[in-house]
Design a protein around this ligand. Structure first.
Ligand code: ZN
Length: 278
């Protein structure tokens, strides 16, 4: 197999607002655009108290494509009442995505300590199925994001791309697909095969990148900049592209270490790291 080539330019580079968490969304939009970034994935916390349609227009006025809204999900819960509340929050997320002009909501599907993983997966699938009417009326899609198994206790009972593909396949809706994040999936020996399958299903909705540091000092907030860790990002990107994916390459980094640095310098480093290792 030929070695993957680095991205040629920034035309497919998207940043998540949480990557530069210290910046308000207006600041992020202006800085991303002036750095040549073309896409933005918006985290819902940045929209609190804002006029969402006006925020969407502001982003597009900067020349940014709104790639995704993060995030919905967290379907499993101990009682029907709590599961209904989770559905209501997901309906709000779909409405926010529609108002913002984001084509899809990324799902961190949820899990419940003490509840079996198969039961949580059943509740996740039922939850997504219950949202399909809102997806159909709004046009907003849902992207199931499998999370690394270290989060199987409380953040997601969907931990492999195979499980996410199974769920998307059985839900069998053009509004349900998968977000492939290298941080969560790089270790999986079936990854190349499952990425190809995801493409055949027409379900490859998003591609997220960051890197895995050794040692990782915080399970949530110690992701690395591309090139700082051991993930073969370019190889995984080549598999995603071989599967027919033509969307954005989304840089999604949660890092207490990097959030504490000068965010203008960090943004410049992200662009350079993307061109070298993305
Ligand atoms: Zn992700």
């Amino acid at each position: 197999m030929t070695a993957p080539t680095a991205p040629a330019d920034l035309s497919r580079l998207c940043l998540h607002t949480i990557t530069t968490k210290p910046w308000a969304i207006e600041t992020a939009a202006a800085k991303f655009a002036s750095a040549g970034v073309k896409g933005i994935t918006v985290w819902r916390d940045t929209l609190v108290g804002r006029d969402i349609p006006a925020t969407g227009r502001m982003l597009r006025d900067h020349g940014l494509s709104v790639v995704s809204l993060c995030r919905g999900g967290f379907f499993p819960a101990a009682t029907p009442r709590d599961r209904a509340q989770a559905l209501d929050d997901n309906r709000r997320a779909i409405a926010e995505a529609h108002a913002l002009g984001a084509p899809q909501v990324v799902l961190v599907c949820g899990a419940l300590p003490g509840q079996s993983l198969p039961e949580s997966r059943k509740q996740i699938a039922e939850g997504i199925a219950a949202l399909l009417p809102e997806c159909q009326s709004s046009g907003v899609r849902l992207a199931i994001e499998p999370l690394h198994p270290m989060y199987a206790d409380s953040r997601s009972a969907v931990n492999t791309l195979g499980q996410a593909n199974d769920m998307a396949e059985s839900l069998n809706s053009p509004h349900v697909g998968v977000a492939v994040d290298v941080y969560h999936l790089w270790w999986d020996p079936t990854l190349e095969r499952e990425i190809a399958r995801c493409g055949r299903l027409g379900a490859l909705f998003a591609f997220h990148m960051s890197d895995w540091r050794t040692p990782t000092v915080d399970f949530l907030n110690d992701r690395g900049l591309m090139g700082e860790g051991c993930i073969p990002i370019g190889q995984i990107r080549s598999w995603v592209e071989s599967a027919g994916f033509t969307g954005f390459h989304e840089v999604e980094i949660f890092s207490n270490r990097l959030w504490a640095t000068d965010q203008d310098v960090f943004l410049g480093n992200i662009v350079q790291a993307y061109l070298a290792h993305g």
